[in-house]
Design a protein around this ligand. Structure first.
Ligand code: SAH
Ligand code: SF4
Length: 369
């Protein structure tokens, strides 16, 4: 069997290598983290980029078995932010030099929604003089919708594959066309074709999920050649069908540790992509995001959603910062990031270097490989 040093010295990991890294014990895990830290410093630097997160609406037409705001859950009051509220959040981001925002929402695809997002994108572009880069996380849409939003000013899109094993996907979603694995995959391909910087990711510690599945997820990211990743632990929600499996889940701490390993391994595998330190990590460990930054993540998403809506955007339970206004959130984050030894890339778009390199003319490709 190869030692962890031997594995980490290679330029390409096999599935067996990935499984060994994911199973690594206390000592080996530290070697993995150290290597990821070095790769991060060498390839993306010690700068962390902020993406102000706007949780635009919790209306959702889907019924994913893991998610608290699924259509079938009647516990939450459904909301949609007004244009004014969105623009106030954008102004906050602009004035505080965030340079980048994420608009996320439950999945809606009706004409009114598509038009509304398009007009908001144009407004954001106009009012910030094109200085704010926008990431969308609005689920599966038609090619035309993706194109319209791209042309209206969106640059990046986050659509998690959730799990790359189609059989497991089927266990986590209703068995119908609007929850089909193939449709999700096609949507990711369409986003790439349209020109977006494409981000995807998975949940870690789901019922029925194995270490072999997680290794396959990492291989999927490499094969798809993603530009950005957002991964985090699965956190059960009492109002969802998956709650019935809570007794069989890994303890929260183990899900967190596995998530850190996934971040670290991915950083070593895909050296110049953007990797988010996700809120779900902070849900389990108050310093979860800083820990993720220390093992390879380089993007963080401070929440700019008006506090009055946050209780109704609970994808999972115990979400942190529910009552923290953007300003408190910002100063607390600054201190935490400096503690993790990083600096903040204020005023910088922080585009995925991977995307930028891939988009260069062919002649330059060797230099960026
Ligand atoms: N509706 C859009 C965006 C909002 S959901 C979409 O589905 O793409 C954003 C992400 O929240 C999902 O991709 C999923 O990975 C994550 N999520 C949902 N429920 C979760 C849970 N119980 N634990 C952890 N993450 C969850
Ligand atoms: Fe809707 Fe996204 Fe939640 Fe699925 S994960 S129910 S699409 S908000």
């Amino acid at each position: 069997m190869k030692s962890i040093e031997n594995i980490l010295d290679q330029s390409l990991f096999s599935k067996e290598d990935l499984i060994a890294l994911l199973n690594s014990g206390e000592e080996d895990r530290l070697k993995l983290f150290q290597k990821a830290k070095e790769v991060k410093a060498a390839f993306v630097g010690k700068k962390v980029y902020f993406r102000g997160l706007i949780e635009y609406s919790n209306y959702c037409k889907k019924n994913c078995y893991y998610c608290g705001i699924r259509a079938g859950n009647s516990r939450y009051a459904r909301y949609r932010m007004t244009d004014r509220e969105v623009m106030e959040a954008v102004d906050y981001a602009f004035l505080n030099n965030y340079a980048s925002i994420v608009i996320q929402s439950g999945e809606q695809a009706n004409k009114m929604f598509v038009n509304k997002i398009e007009s908001l994108l144009k407004k954001i572009h106009r009012q910030t003089f094109g200085k704010i880069h926008v990431t969308l996380s609005l689920g599966e849409q038609t090619e035309e919708t993706y194109r319209r939003w791209f042309e209206a000013g969106a640059h990046r899109y986050l659509l998690r594959i959730e799990v790359s094993n189609p059989d497991l996907y089927l266990k986590l979603h209703p068995n119908n066309l609007s929850h089909s694995f193939n449709r999700r995959l096609e949507a990711l391909k369409t986003l790439r074709k349209t020109g977006y910087q494409v981000g995807t990711g998975v949940m870690i510690g789901l019922p029925f999920q194995t270490i072999s599945d997680l290794a396959d997820d990492l291989l999927f990211f490499r094969e798809f050649d993603i530009d950005m990743a957002g991964m985090g632990p699965f956190i059960e929600h009492a109002d969802t069908p998956l709650y019935q499996y809570r007794e069989s889940l890994l303890p929260l701490k183990s899900r967190f540790d596995l998530s850190l390993k996934m971040v670290a391994i991915l950083r070593i595998m895909m050296k110049n992509i953007n990797i988010a330190a996700t809120t779900a990590m902070q849900t389990i460990d108050p310093q979860g995001r800083e820990k993720a930054l220390m093992v390879g993540a380089n993007v963080i998403m401070p929440n700019l959603t008006p506090v009055k809506y946050r209780q109704d955007y609970l994808l999972y339970e115990n979400k942190p910062c529910l009552d923290e206004e953007a300003e408190e959130c910002k100063s607390c984050l600054e201190a935490r990031i400096h503690m993790a030894g990083d600096t903040i890339g204020y005023g910088e778009w922080g585009d995925s270097k991977h995307y930028v390199d891939r988009s260069k003319p062919v002649a330059n490709d060797n230099a960026s490989a």
